[in-house]
Design a protein. Structure first.
Length: 340
């Protein structure tokens, strides 16, 4: 019985801690609603997007993230609305977290070229796990170095459960500069598979992020005019004991996007953070389609074992509304037009 209780305690700690830190995207601006609810409708266009991340493919059991979202900006209401579906999976114990989220933001024009946006989100989250792959002490044969299939321990069922998750954010921006902050899990929902576990809650995640676009002039490309641009961006976030800092640059030349980023906190390797150099390549098409691929090359001690991470983002931006207002597109914000 003591063996069972001890094992269950370890399981609960692992499962809880695995979910205590949110999954992250290296192309964080290509997952705008996941980053900050205030980015809902930030392009002042309609936008639909997909994100996929495969983390640590070199391990026997890796992590996968999927995201799909849609947002739309209403000029009459000066508001953005959005809907997103996110799914995060850990393949060993099959810990699955899936949410359906609704977003709203309001745009307050505080000067001729400056906007202040506030946003909120409400998510219904479903969480489940499959513990069939667990190994108990009586299954381990140290002499033969093997694992037996049978065990005398009896693990209780871990039933799937759902909870409500609340977040909000703010954003200050003009056409070429932005600075924002977001707060997720402000209601600190319980995430333990045991309903009476008072320690199994999701800590608040807060982040501060910003960037600057530098116009580099225009080019004629396939008969169309493209704006070349360089960008610098950064994102710092903290959740419980975990903290992470991303900083990077991107270059848009004609339709080609290239980028280089770094994730980590130099000189503070003792902290629980991940250090990676991120390479990015993408395309921005005249149709409004933006496609990006990035690879995380880990520079930490476990980098060669995990084989980094692969990430793909796709989004399509278009003007949805009365055709007589389509000429408004020429004045729409370019701040988040191609960001990955």
């Amino acid at each position: 019985m003591k063996n069972l209780v001890g094992t269950i305690a370890v399981i609960l700690w692992v499962v809880t801690q695995a979910g205590a830190q949110d999954f992250h995207y290296s192309q964080f601006y290509a997952a705008p609603l996941y980053l900050n609810p205030a980015l809902t409708g930030s392009t002042e266009l309609s936008r639909v997007g997909l994100n996929y991340r495969k983390q640590w493919p070199g391990l026997d059991h890796d992590f996968n993230a999927y995201s799909a979202y849609f947002d739309h900006y209403s000029f009459d209401l000066r508001s953005g609305i959005g809907l997103a579906v996110n799914s995060f999976q850990e393949t060993n114990m099959k810990v699955n977290t899936t949410d359906v989220s609704a977003f709203y933001s309001y745009n307050l024009q505080i000067a001729e070229s400056w906007n202040f946006r506030i946003g909120t989100e409400a998510s219904l989250v479903r969480r489940s796990a499959d513990l069939d792959n667990l190994v108990f002490g009586d299954q381990v044969d140290l002499f033969n170095r093997s694992i037996n299939s049978g065990t005398i321990d009896n693990v209780p069922d871990f039933d799937p459960y759902s909870y409500l998750d609340i977040g909000f954010g703010a954003l200050l921006n003009n056409e070429n500069f932005w600075l924002g902050s977001s707060f997720h899990h402000v209601n600190q929902p319980g995430i333990s598979f045991y309903p009476d576990d008072e320690l199994g809650y999701l800590p608040v995640k807060w982040s501060v992020h910003g960037g600057w676009n530098i116009p580099l002039g225009a080019n004629q490309y396939f008969g169309s005019k493209f704006d070349n641009m360089a960008s610098a961006m950064a994102n710092f976030k903290k959740q419980g004991p975990f903290q992470q800092f991303d900083v990077g640059t991107q270059l848009l030349y004609k339709s080609l996007i290239t980028g280089l980023s770094y994730r980590g906190i130099p000189g503070m390797r003792g902290l629980p953070n991940q250090d990676s150099i991120i390479f990015l390549v993408g395309l921005k098409l005249e149709t409004g389609m933006v496609i990006g691929y990035s690879y995380d090359f880990m520079v930490s001690n476990i980098g060669t074992q995990t084989k980094g991470a692969h990430e793909i983002s796709i989004r399509y931006q278009f003007f949805m509304g009365d055709p007589k207002y389509r000429n408004q597109r020429s004045r729409l914000l370019k701040c988040f037009d191609f960001m990955m």
